[in-house]
Design a protein around this ligand. Sequence first.
Ligand code: NAD
Length: 294
Amino acid sequence: MGRASDRAESLHRHFDGKVAVVTGAASGIGKALAAELVDRGATVVVADINGGEAASVAEQLKRRAGAEQVSAARLDVTDAAAVADLVGRTAAGPGGIDLLFNNAGIAVGGEVSELSPAHWQRVIDVNLWSVINGVMAAYPVMIAQGRGHIVNTASLSGLLPSPMLVPYSTTKHAVVGLSVGLRMEAAAHGVNVTVVCPGVIETPLLDKRNPDDLPGTDSMPDIRSMLTSLVGKPYPAASLASDVLDGVARNRPIIVTPHHARRAWAIYRISPRLLIDQGSARIRSALGSDDRRR
Ligand SMILES: NC(=O)c1ccc[n+]([C@@H]2O[C@H](COP(=O)([O-])OP(=O)(O)OC[C@H]3O[C@@H](n4cnc5c(N)ncnc54)[C@H](O)[C@@H]3O)[C@@H](O)[C@H]2O)c1
């Protein structure tokens, strides 16, 4: 009991005094990560394309911590120059930059037969180029510092096939590949890389459709009900953030959480065919029913 609480204490202390940038931090998982980092003593830059919401999250967190510990930035992660600028400005501060959480992301889905190049382009820009932009900005700085940790939010969809969310899943598989390969190179420079593969997490993303400015797709599923029925009940974002920071403190290469995600991943590794055949049957029956389209 004593040893377990010592361990928990040291996982918390790991972040004390560290400097972190979190993208997509105005909502959901990014917001929960920012809050958990602040609670564990880190200095946090709350970055999001929604600058107003980023500022309001930073204000809430300042009340929990202190003004000097939290700041907000409007950042579009698809803009490489803007990402480099924010990382550069943060790194030039007294504490340098210890952690970059490349977390911002969107869901794009629907039957592949209905999607346009614009759907693919958007999700690749926001979910994959964002991570590349973050790595290109932070990795050289962290090599020069001789320390740093890049934490990329992929998804369970980066480990498993995800019908009806194929563009999303494609980008998340790429983020897993990028992260694990980079980790193996980065270790030589004293830099750590972790990829996070969350299962179904209670955030606004579960209730979103494809971005409004893209052509409509009748087959875009209701993400919440599809993932809940295929994978499991949504897990609280705050619990996910705590699992992630514990895993980062332990320098885990791949963090798969919660339990429903580890179970699905294990089944897929043991018998890919089982999961693919069961999933295909469910999709066939859903596509055949009238009420799937909303
Ligand atoms: N919710 C889940 O079940 C789940 C599961 C696995 C992985 N994820 C991943 O977690 C990450 C966070 O998702 P979430 O569930 O918190 O979603 P969310 O929609 O609640 O939050 C996403 C945030 O990203 C921001 N964002 C979108 N485009 C951006 C851009 N171009 N530049 C900067 N910020 C941008 C949004 O403004 C929003 O604040 C995503 O990468 C998502 O793919 C979510």
